[in-house]
Design a protein around this ligand. Sequence first.
Ligand SMILES: Nc1ncnc2c1ncn2[C@@H]1O[C@H](COP(=O)(O)OP(=O)(O)OP(=O)(O)O)[C@@H](O)[C@H]1O
Ligand SMILES: Nc1ncnc2c1ncn2[C@@H]1O[C@H](COP(=O)(O)OP(=O)(O)OP(=O)(O)O)[C@@H](O)[C@H]1O
Ligand SMILES: [Mg+2]
Ligand SMILES: [Mg+2]
Lengths: 256, 256
Amino acid sequence: MGQILGLVNQKGGVGKSTTAVNLAASLVACGKRVLVVDSDPQGNSTSGLGLDKTGVERCVYDTLINGRGLDEVITRTCMDDLDVAPSTIRLAGAEVELAAGDSRETRLRSAMGTVSENYDFVLIDCPPSLGLLTVNALTASDGLLIPVQCEYYALEGLSQLLHVVDLVRGRLNSSLEIIGVLLTMYDARTNLSSQVADEVRNHFGKTVYRTVIPRNVTLSEAPSFGRPVLLYDGRSKGAEAYLRLAEEVIGRGKKG
Amino acid sequence: MGQILGLVNQKGGVGKSTTAVNLAASLVACGKRVLVVDSDPQGNSTSGLGLDKTGVERCVYDTLINGRGLDEVITRTCMDDLDVAPSTIRLAGAEVELAAGDSRETRLRSAMGTVSENYDFVLIDCPPSLGLLTVNALTASDGLLIPVQCEYYALEGLSQLLHVVDLVRGRLNSSLEIIGVLLTMYDARTNLSSQVADEVRNHFGKTVYRTVIPRNVTLSEAPSFGRPVLLYDGRSKGAEAYLRLAEEVIGRGKKG
Ligand SMILES: Nc1ncnc2c1ncn2[C@@H]1O[C@H](COP(=O)(O)OP(=O)(O)OP(=O)(O)O)[C@@H](O)[C@H]1O
Ligand SMILES: Nc1ncnc2c1ncn2[C@@H]1O[C@H](COP(=O)(O)OP(=O)(O)OP(=O)(O)O)[C@@H](O)[C@H]1O
Ligand SMILES: [Mg+2]
Ligand SMILES: [Mg+2]
């Protein structure tokens, strides 16, 4: 039974998509089967895994609005054992359409069906907002992985995010827990990064992953080749960090 | 009659709030009176201008949902001639409440009233989405300033953004134009930055500001002191870049 992990943070540009793509590839390198669900209309994790969005026919929009099962939209990526439920520009209309319909928060969970049994991990990439696309991911997830950029502004939205997680746990998904908080874009040359990292560790304690993702240019270059950093430059600091993270995520994985 | 500029881009973390705060301060340094309207529930530009959000009573939420005029929520900042219509956590509920009401796209424009006559520039900071908070800003604006981070993923969402701008121009705000595209977080040490910059210039031509904002740590340190970079480290490359940008923005300002 695979663990379903939502990658959430409404602060923009903190590394949600980069983590979805590179953690997925690293988990595969550790022998796991992984599915990435791209719930962000921007479709960055879809293109980061090598898909040409203009060529994609079925996408996550079809599961949320047209009632298709997630298994009907899943497609292969540039790596074996790594599949993706892609996003296209059509998803941009979903937020408003969901608001007008019924069971608007549970569509993704229903569409998931037994799909997670075919994978060891399912990673859901979310847009930078706390709207219905993200709430669907929170409702469908077993646990959450919260990327936090080592910057001052990134601290401000965390209490809002935790508030929404509590609401969803109370009304829609009672077993939802925060599996880990991931420090991203850590720049060892600045005091700011270590100050923010200390603040996050004070607040979240052991929930913060030991692995810290450094700011590393290979992580921003790899998407332009449609490859996870492991396939673009496997010896880079960025690739090494995500491999270490994968081992930690497996260690905290589902028991039994 | 002040020019109302919306800072929009649904891609997260591209420098919308950083530009709102620092362009505003630089315009003031050039002798202009400026208002920043913070339409993002994260409230980064509110805290970046030195306000303690927990102490704020009236905010943009009150203009969008409770029918108050924008002039009733405006407050001073750490700089003379620079005012802000702040955001608080209450704004997080606005998107859903707007969707349920009438004239949901034009509330900010109505609330603006004659406020823009008291300023030379009004800058509206937007959240990283194309939902109703951003559409309200597009409807209320004379023109748009689009920050684009010099990274590959930042290119992907531009066509969606332009599509929404066209829709708003067609149905809600016929005089809306793109005043400028701003390249941000340019890192001269990487090929990626110059490749992305070239691509953006090929697409937008002269609309791209000559001023390019470099990646500069003072820009991410200044918010933790609640100060624009001009007051935090006025001789830094970040401060100099936003001063040059202010001169360009004034040059492209309203005629007459
Ligand atoms: N550790 C890193 N080092 C250097 N660049 C990084 C790193 N992580 C992410 N990036 C780059 O920073 C930008 C933001 O990352 P990303 O798009 O993954 O964030 P996000 O949270 O998914 O953004 P959004 O909120 O728009 O969905 C991207 O251009 C990405 O390539
Ligand atoms: N030129 C720059 N150099 C270095 N850091 C920068 C620069 N511009 C912005 N930053 C930092 O990058 C992060 C993202 O910038 P910012 O928050 O302004 O983007 P945004 O588009 O407003 O994000 P959101 O989409 O969440 O609203 C912030 O932590 C900010 O301090
Ligand atoms: Mg993303
Ligand atoms: Mg912002």
